[in-house]
Design a binder for this molecule. Structure first.
Ligand SMILES: Cc1ncc(COP(=O)(O)O)c(C=O)c1O
Length: 363
């Protein structure tokens, strides 16, 4: 099978093999990895290594904390305003996920007084086909923070640029391009990602937050929603998603030891995406990319065929030939090929061959 699923997505084969080995007995514990208590040295070693690997891969500065949390990136949509929105925050809405984050900010219970969640830029009028440049952002210089989504998973637009906001802290939802390339974390107050695309399985969200940002957080808030409480509990204020944290440990170990770090990962990802977009652009218009070329996602390539009827045939034929997860999101339509870190180049080549043959026979 060739797994192009948008998430939960493909995991590295050596990681699946290691999980298989650790399921009956984890190390010399005499118990399955599923049966290890979180308050024991074997699990402490797991969560410590997961954090250490992330710190190495992302060069996380010493004054940043790493959290492993439940609730998905969607809970971060609620936690960000709950903790940091005192008066007004700016949201870049470049796709479905940025919009959902903004909607939760509007609904957030105020810390004091009234709150506003402003749209600093929206891609709606252009069919979610691109990311904004800094000069297009309508920024409030006194905003509590600016929130943006570095890769819009559904529409397939991505940016490597961190918005220039002056003194306003930047918060990023990096769920679908986490660990796909190096990032300069010093540019962020908070950087978060659900694990189930590039970092592991569903069930855990990594949040990397600066000490400076933590100082701004709501104090004495509801425990499970409070970054300071989660940091004080070292991600163990309550039972953490142990199995999912363990998989993050394995995936980050694979990235460090077998891939060779995030620069090498970024090179692979650029190469893979180049192959697929090359096939789209070389199809004489049979396949049409949804995003504008400079804004194309290296993680989720979205494209359309000449008609919805042909797309339906494309899905059924590709599925019968072993391709999984190519149907676009139900709200957006078209084809979406997700090219996460663990997807081998062989799968991309198999897809481009299938696409060429499909265009030849149906074009
Ligand atoms: C960019 C982005 N943000 C947020 C989410 C929501 O994540 P979750 O379902 O883990 O809450 C997703 C899920 O696909 C996503 O791709």
């Amino acid at each position: 099978m060739h797994n192009f699923s948008p998430g939960p997505g493909i995991l590295p084969a050596p990681v699946i093999a290691q999980i298989g080995a650790d399921l009956p007995e984890f190390g010399s514990t005499g118990t399955s990895i599923l049966e290890v208590s979180h308050r024991t040295p074997p699990f402490e070693a797991v969560i410590d290594e997961a954090e250490r690997n992330l710190r190495t891969l992302l060069k996380i500065p010493a004054d940043y904390r790493v959290l492993f949390q439940q609730g998905g990136a969607s809970l971060q949509f609620a936690m960000v305003p709950y903790n940091f929105l005192r008066r007004s925050a700016d949201y870049v809405v470049a796709g479905t996920w940025g919009k959902k984050a903004w909607e939760d900010a509007r609904r957030s219970p105020p810390i004091t007084g009234t709150i506003a969640a402003r749209v600093a830029w929206s891609g709606a009028d252009e069919g979610w086909s691109r990311m904004p440049s800094d000069s297009e952002l309508s920024l409030d210089p006194d905003a509590d923070y600016l929130h943006y989504t570095s890769n819009e998973t559904i529409e397939g637009v991505q940016t490597a640029h961190v918005p220039a906001t002056g003194a306003v802290p930047v918060v990023c939802d990096a769920s679908s391009d986490f660990l796909s390339r190096p990032v300069d974390l010093t540019r962020f107050g908070l950087y978060y990602a659900g694990a189930q695309k590039n970092a592991g399985a569903a069930g855990v969200t990594v949040a990397i937050v600066s000490d400076g940002m933590l100082e701004r957080a709501r104090q004495n808030g509801l425990a499970m929603l409070s970054y300071p409480t989660q940091v004080a509990g070292k991600s163990m204020h309550n039972t953490p998603p142990c199995f999912a944290v363990y998989i993050v440990m394995l995936v980050t170990r694979w990235l460090r030891d077998e891939v060779g770090g995030l620069e090498a990962m970024a090179d692979r990802n650029t190469f893979k995406a180049g192959r697929l977009y090359g096939a789209i652009d070389g199809s004489a218009g049979f396949y049409r990319g949804c995003a504008r070329p400079h804004h194309r996602s290296l993680m989720n390539a979205t494209f359309r065929l000449p008609t919805p009827e042909l797309e339906a045939i494309f899905f059924s034929e590709s599925e019968s030939q072993g391709f999984v997860g190519l149907r676009g999101h139900r709200a957006f339509g078209g084809v979406r090929a997700s090219l996460y870190n663990a997807l081998p180049i062989e799968s991309v080549d198999a897809l481009t061959q299938f696409m060429a043959e499909f265009a030849r026979t149906h074009g």
